[in-house]
Design a protein around this ligand. Structure first.
Ligand code: NIG
Ligand code: FE
Length: 420
C-alpha cells in the first residue's frame, strides 16, 4: 500500500530538478518545504507538496497514513566511506593512544590495520556477517540509507576475497544499499615485510583480476600516504583497476602531502578521501575535476588530527562530501548524525552545507546520486522522520542523541525489532 506522510513540519533537502552534486556557495542554499506531505509508491518517492494533500493525486485512495506533526523528513544519510566489515575491536590501541602513542607508532608495532587483518583471518564468514549486520542495523537506525564498504583487512588473496564475499552477503541480507570497494593496498601484510613491491605486484596481477572476475567490487581504493603506498604504486594499482572497470576512490593526504589527490584526479577518481593535508595546489587540482573531495571528520576527531580545510575548499567553489570512515582503528562509529555535528563544530560548516555533504555529495561519492541523497520525485524512497524538533539546525546542534524516529528504506518502514 502507498505510504502518505502528512503534516510534516519541514521536508528537508528537496530537489525539484535533481543535481548530481552541490558545490561552493550553492551548498549553503538548502531547499525545504514547510508543512508538507510526501507520497511513497512502491519503492520510490512519488510526489510531495504543501499541505493539504490533494486527494486527486493518485487513483488509489488507500494509503498507509503517517502523521508527522512537529516532525521533519530528511533524505537518508549516505555514507560513502566505511570499513565496517571487521572482526572484534581495538580498544587496547585506543588506550595506547591515550598513553601517548601515535597512529603510525601503533601501526609499526603490528597494531593497526595488521591487527585487524589477523583477527579477520581467524574469523569465519558467518561471524563476520553477523558482526557487520549488527553495525549496519545500528547505523540504519541513526539515519543512514546507503553505505560504501571497503575490503582491506584481508591483505591476502584468500582473505580479501573472503571480505568481499561477506559484503556481497550483506547486500542480500540488509535493507541498506551497499556499495563494495576493493582496498587490497590498505597496508603491507606482515608476510611481505620489506617486499612491498612484490605485494603491489600481487595486488595487480592476482587480486584485481580475481575481484573483477567474481564481480565483487565496484570501486578500487589505495591508502596513498606516508608510510603506506607511494604515488607510483598507487598509479600502477589504479591503472590496473581501471582496466578491469573499477573506478578509483582513494585514501589520500591523511598523514602528509602525499600526492594522493593529484594521482586520484589523474585517474578521474570518483572521490579522494581524508584530505587533512590539502593546500592551494591540491584545491586547484580538484577544481574542474569530477572527483569529490571527501572529508572524514570522525577519524580526524578520534585521532586528534588537523581538520581538512573545508571552508577554503567550499569558498574556492569545490563540493565537499562527508562520511563516517566507520572502522575499528580510527573511527569506531558510523553515526552520521555525529558527523553532521562535527561538520558544523570542527569545520565551521553551516548546517545547510553539512546536510548537503552527508546526503547528495556523499551519494555522488559512491555513484548513487541519481537515485539517492535528496527528496526528489522518482528517487528511491530512502528517508527518515525525525522526533519532534524545532528546526533542521537542531540536527547538528543537539549532538549525541538519536533524533531519528522512523526509518523508511526502499519505501518500507523499518521495524527495528524485526531486524536480524
Ligand atoms: O580510513 N587510513 C586508512 N585506513 C583507515 C584506518 C583503518 C584502521 O586503522 O583499521 C582509515 O582511517
Ligand atoms: Fe578509511
Amino acid at each position: 500500500m502507498p505510504i502518505l506522510i502528512i503534516n510534516i513540519k519541514e521536508i528537508v533537502q528537496v530537489e525539484e530538478k535533481p543535481q548530481m552534486m552541490v558545490a561552493g556557495k550553492s551548498m549553503s542554499a538548502l531547499k525545504t518545504i514547510k508543512n508538507g506531505w510526501l507520497l511513497i509508491e512502491e519503492n520510490r518517492i512519488k510526489d510531495f507538496g504543501k499541505m493539504p494533500f490533494p486527494d486527486t493525486e493518485s487513483g488509489n485512495s488507500e494509503y498507509e497514513i503517517i502523521d508527522a506533526e512537529g516532525k521533519m523528513v530528511f533524505p537518508s544519510f549516505c555514507d560513502s566511506h566505511t570499513h565496517l566489515v571487521y572482526a572484534g575491536s581495538r580498544e587496547i590501541e585506543y588506550v595506547d593512544k591515550i598513553k601517548g602513542l601515535s597512529y603510525e607508532e601503533i601501526a609499526k608495532r603490528g597494531g593497526g590495520i595488521l591487527n585487524s587483518a589477523r583477527r579477520l583471518h581467524d574469523a569465519s564468514e558467518d561471524e563476520l556477517v553477523e558482526q557487520a549486520l549488527h553495525r549496519l542495523n545500528e547505523i540504519m537506525m541513526f539515519g543512514t540509507g546507503a553505505v560504501e564498504i571497503k575490503s582491506g583487512y584481508g591483505l591476502t588473496f584468500e582473505d580479501e576475497l573472503k571480505m568481499l564475499r561477506v559484503i556481497r552477503k550483506l547486500k542480500k541480507l540488509s535493507p541498506l544499499t551497499i556499495v563494495p570497494t576493493f582496498l587490497g593496498a590498505h597496508a603491507v601484510p606482515a608476510a611481505f615485510k620489506g617486499r612491498q613491491g612484490e605485494f603491489v605486484e600481487m595486488v595487480i596481477n592476482e587480486m584485481i583480476p580475481m575481484v573483477a572476475a567474481e564481480e565483487l567490487a565496484d570501486y578500487i581504493d589505495v591508502f596513498c600516504d606516508r608510510g603506506f603506498f607511494t604515488v607510483h604504486e598507487t598509479d600502477c594499482i589504479l591503472n590496473a583497476g581501471m582496466k578491469y572497470g573499477m573506478r578509483a576512490k582513494i585514501h589520500a593526504n591523511e598523514l602528509d602531502f602525499s600526492g594522493g589527490i593529484q594521482v586520484g584526479v589523474k585517474y578521474n577518481a570518483l572521490s579522494v578521501d581524508h584530505l587533512e593535508f590539502t593546500d592551494e595546489k591540491e584545491i586547484e587540482t580538484l577544481l574542474g575535476s569530477e572527483t569529490m573531495p571527501t572529508v572524514l571528520p570522525g577519524a580526524a576527531f578520534f585521532l586528534e588530527m588537523v581538520c581538512a580545510p573545508v571552508r577554503r575548499m567550499i569558498d574556492a567553489g569545490l563540493p565537499v562530501a562527508m562520511a563516517s570512515d566507520f572502522n575499528p582503528g580510527s573511527s569506531p562509529s558510523g553515526n552520521m548524525q555525529f558527523i553532521l555535528s562535527l561538520a558544523c563544530i570542527k569545520y565551521r560548516m553551516l548546517p545547510e552545507e553539512a546536510i548537503h555533504a552527508v546526503t547528495i555529495n556523499s551519494a555522488y561519492a559512491m555513484g548513487l546520486s541519481s537515485g539517492y541523497g535528496s527528496i526528489a520525485r522518482g528517487k528511491i524512497a530512502n528517508l527518515f522522520i525525525t522526533v519532534p524538533i524545532p528546526s533542521y539546525s537542531f540536527m547538528p546542534y543537539a549532538y549525541g542523541s538519536n533524533k531519528v524516529e522512523t526509518v523508511i528504506l526502499n519505501g518500507k518502514v523499518i521495524n527495528s525489532d524485526s531486524l536480524r
